[in-house]
Design a protein around this ligand. Structure first.
Ligand code: ATR
Length: 270
């Protein structure tokens, strides 16, 4: 039986063991996938122990994604620019790092929800690790415009510069936004505290799709706000979570699992 795990701190709430077990059952694979809580100052030892004892693949979650990036001997292009790694595997003695978060976000929008990104005006809120982690796959969809808006505008400007070679990116302050966007993605951590980034309501029109990269058992604060401003659709990050897991599964097993049945199960809370 191949051994996989997600490593984080805290990690007991992680849905990854359940998602990967469902993918394995669906594709006829026999895997053991657990959650490992690494001490905050022992991430590297935890990873080394895992692979030395025969582990086949590791997902990495908060707060270790940047450390995983540094630890990897090789990185995919999307992980390289993301500055963070959420999927580790080892082959020929080398640790390979990938980042499937952005692909997960794009697939959830374009495939699960049939929301095209190309030629659309897209706003992403936040300029921390979560946003940097998804920018390359997002900009590769070739939106007409991608605006990164952040409370601390200098961080948005830094990201816009960093990704300038890949497409049309602009940086903005939150309160300087005016015209409505086709898609507004919340990549800030504000929802964790039940807060909403201070953006003008005019960014939302009746044709705007609002997407919160966070999810919870009830509607997130951002999605609730977007609904009140008249957004035509609000989506939370559960679909992104399942899609990033599917992409990790595909890296390890060479087969793309079906995500919709797994997402349906999670939505039903079972
Ligand atoms: P993560 O890894 O989740 O991205 P992070 O790197 O700490 O975490 O970044 C958090 C992001 O959420 C930042 O863009 C932060 O804005 P600042 O750079 O100005 O700190 C944003 N954020 C957090 N709380 C916020 C709030 N209440 N309103 C607006 N933005 C907020």
């Amino acid at each position: 039986m191949d051994i996989y795990a997600v490593v984080g701190n805290p990690v007991s709430h992680s849905k990854s063991p359940k998602i990967h077990s469902l993918f394995a059952a669906q594709t006829g694979r026999n895997i053991d996938y657990t959650a490992i809580q690494a001490p905050l100052d022992h991430f590297q030892n935890t990873v080394n122990d895992f692979f030395q004892s025969g582990g086949a693949g590791l997902n990495v979650t908060v707060p270790f994604k940047e450390q995983a990036w540094r630890l990897a001997d090789e990185r995919s292009d999307r992980a390289q620019v993301a500055g963070a790694v959420n999927t580790l595997s080892r082959s020929q003695g080398k640790l390979h790092g990938d980042n499937t978060d952005g692909t997960g976000l794009v697939r959830d929008l374009t495939e699960n929800n049939q929301i095209a990104i190309s030629n659309k005006k897209v706003l992403i809120l936040g300029a921390g690790g979560a946003v940097r982690g998804v920018l390359l796959p997002l900009v590769q969809q070739q939106p007409e415009l991608l605006v990164i808006a952040n409370r601390t505008v200098a961080k948005a400007q830094q990201l816009a510069q960093m990704f300038a070679d890949f497409g049309a990116l602009q940086a903005s302050r939150l309160d300087a936004l005016t015209a409505p966007f086709d898609i507004v993605i919340n990549g800030t951590s504000a929802s964790l505290g039940g807060a909403v980034p201070a953006i003008p309501p005019s960014v939302i029109s009746t044709t705007t799709v609002a997407y919160d990269m966070m999810y919870g058992t009830t509607t997130t604060a951002f999605n609730q706000w977007a609904k009140e401003q008249g957004a035509c659709l609000t989506l939370d990050g559960l679909g992104m979570l399942v899609e990033q897991a599917a992409e990790s599964f595909a890296i390890w097993h060479g087969v793309q699992p079906e995500t919709q049945p797994v997402l349906d199960l999670l939505r039903r809370g079972s």
